[in-house]
Write a protein that binds this ligand. Structure first.
Ligand SMILES: C[S@@+](CC[C@H](N)C(=O)[O-])C[C@H]1O[C@@H](n2cnc3c(N)ncnc32)[C@H](O)[C@@H]1O
Length: 285
């Protein structure tokens, strides 16, 4: 239980995909004058030192953020994410990778609030230390699925939930579908972003059906694949070469904005020059 440590994977292609989209979701919330709430159910460490031995073991960031962060031709939709990266590495050397909590912190305005939950004891302690004294940030060591019951609906009545599981136990797709159904009953108007690995296509198909069967509308599906197989074909390698995100109640035009963004990222991080992406409505309005 909890063998997964994100430091081994920090800054990989899946992080770039997830965090580039996270920035767009939070930026959209920040466009209205009213405050928003952000809940990160599987928050991790908050920030990752890429010089750490665990990050150096497979150097997954070489195929992810290292390929992207200094490119001058990135699409405008990536600007906020790259600005957050540069803020963590002001001398232009890639040393720190900001996780979802630190990236989100860059996008909170003075009246906004975020809650971070993480089950791993030492990761949560480090996360709590990072945000100690920050009145806009609440850190709790607790199960991310329980957090949905604890924090939703938020008093702000607008905001985003990121559900970024480590998928290190069996049955995680079904657990997520059930958790989303329950959360959506409590708070139907929130935006939910659910990350998933694209390793076994049949499991994803089942997950899609489970989500569709909840009756929830407005579910956008986004995927990025770093190999030539199209992201819609079965990936049976057992190695993660693609990943996706379901976004429930996405901001207006995220679908139009995400297509060129993911095209660019797929090219930039492809292992063989032929990455692929999916942008489609799993369930329309
Ligand atoms: C993929 S990592 C999170 C990365 C982070 N969201 C980011 O983008 O920077 C998943 C995290 O979930 C934690 N975790 C696993 N099961 C959990 C649970 N049931 N509730 C809360 N955290 C959990 C793991 O310890 C791990 O730190």
């Amino acid at each position: 239980m909890l063998a997964y440590r994100h430091l081994f994977h920090a800054g990989n292609f899946a992080d770039v995909f997830k965090h580039a989209l996270l920035v767009r979701l939070l930026a959209a919330l920040g466009q209205k004058a009213k405050p928003f709430f952000y809940l990160d159910t599987h928050a991790g460490l908050g920030r990752y030192d890429l010089a750490h031995a665990w990050a150096q073991k497979a150097r997954e960031f070489d195929h992810g953020i290292a390929r992207v962060w200094l490119r001058r031709d990135a699409p405008p939709a990536l600007a906020g994410y790259l600005a957050a990266m540069r803020a963590e590495n002001p001398d232009g050397r890639l040393r720190y990778y900001p996780g979802s909590p630190c990236i989100a912190r860059h996008l909170l305005r003075p009246g906004d609030r975020m809650a971070l939950t993480e089950l791993n004891k030492s990761d949560c302690a480090e996360l709590a230390a990072r945000f100690a004294g920050d009145r806009q940030v609440q850190v709790r060591r607790m199960d991310g699925y329980e957090a949905l019951g604890t924090f939703l609906p938020p008093k702000e009545r607008r905001g985003l939930v990121l559900l970024d599981s480590s998928f290190d136990r069996a049955g995680e797709f079904a657990r997520i579908a059930a958790a989303i159904a329950g959360a959506h009953r409590r708070w139907a108007t929130g935006t939910y972003a659910v990350w998933y690995p694209a390793i076994e296509r049949p499991a994803i198909r089942r997950f899609e059906r489970e989500i569709a069967d909840t009756g929830i509308r407005k579910v956008l599906q986004l995927e990025l694949c770093v190999v030539a197989e199209t992201a819609t074909r079965a990936l049976q390698t057992g190695v993660m070469l693609g990943c996706g995100m379901l976004v429930i109640n996405p901001p207006w035009r995220l679908d139009e904005e995400a297509a060129p963004l993911l095209d660019w990222l797929a090219q930039a991080m492809a292992r063989d020059g032929k990455g692929a992406r999916v942008v489609r409505w799993l369930v329309p309005e």
